[in-house]
Design a protein around this ligand. Structure first.
Ligand code: FES
Length: 280
């Protein structure tokens, strides 16, 4: 059992949870993830580790309530426990001093981009960060990202905060003003990563994305997380979660992400219905 030591609401439907997991806290590296199961009847769900503390032996995950499991998680409080936390899984981000890098976080992807940007800064890079959200209230981690960035650009789709526009427009501003970007790391919704990849390919800037397909066992055995990268089948849980953005088949990823949407919605509806009846 893993005790929950902190929960926090970051934005509408966005929550932070800090959980005791000393071995994972000691080993984890930026880019890696965990799989957790709330209780014996729960499904296994992957979450990227957005922070960790070796002294308290805790790790932090940030999640959005999108279905039954995340809704159950949002109802948990400090002092409650989670049955299994397995990790750290996946390959860590390759950290190297390359010069100027741009880290882009969109939506929930901000929580994943943050530890990577932090690691790249510690590796001696000049880190230019871009955070994007649909609207001001959905933006989070701004201070954390600012504290580890040489410069931070913030944009919202509706212009309610920062510059009005998309992260690709902010990236274009950096390129146009002459920043010699040696690496772009883009993490967020699939369409966002796809359009960033399209732009950086034109400018020949190496680009990494972190993928979030459906995962079942997290061990490379079930094939649930397969994606196509450079024409080859890869398993995100063991070969990723990060890949060369210019090689990823984003169309296939989009289709696979949509394949269980109906079942997920049904399960979430049933959970909400049972909650109303006091059986949740
Ligand atoms: S989650 Fe089963 S192979 Fe990756």
């Amino acid at each position: 059992m893993h005790k929950i030591v902190k929960t926090e609401s970051l934005a509408p439907s966005m929550f932070l949870m800090e959980v005791e997991a000393p071995k994972i806290a000691a080993k984890r590296k930026p880019g890696q993830f965990i799989m957790l199961r709330i209780d014996e009847t729960g499904e296994r769900v992957p979450f990227t580790i957005s922070d960790g503390n070796t002294e308290t032996g805790t790790i932090t995950i940030v999640y959005q309530v999108v279905g039954k499991t995340t809704a159950q998680m949002a109802a948990l409080k400090p002092g409650d426990s989670i049955l299994d936390v397995v990790g750290p899984l996946g390959k860590p981000t390759h950290m190297e001093k390359v010069g100027t890098v741009c880290c882009i976080g969109g939506g929930t992807g901000i929580a994943i981009a943050y530890p990577i940007a932090k690691g790249l800064r510690e590796a001696g890079n000049k880190v230019l960060s871009i955070l994007g959200a649909r609207t001001k209230e959905l933006l989070f981690y701004e201070d954390q990202v600012r504290s580890i960035s040489n410069e931070l650009l913030v944009c919202t789709d509706d212009g309610s905060y920062g510059q009005k526009g998309l992260v690709t427009e902010m990236l274009k501003q950096l390129i146009d003003r002459g920043e010699q970007l040696k690496l772009v790391v883009a993490i967020g919704p699939v369409p966002m990563m796809k359009f960033v990849a399209k732009m950086t390919k034109e400018y020949n800037i190496p680009t990494i994305v972190s993928l979030n397909p459906i995962m079942i066992d997290g061990s490379g055995m079930c094939g649930g997380c397969r994606v196509s990268v450079g024409g080859a089948t890869k398993f995100v849980c063991v070969d990723g979660p990060e890949f060369d953005a210019h090689q990823v088949d984003f169309e296939l990823l989009t289709k696979r992400l949509a394949s269980y949407r109906e079942e997920e919605a049904k399960s979430y509806d049933l959970y909400k219905h049972n909650c109303k009846l006091g059986r949740g």
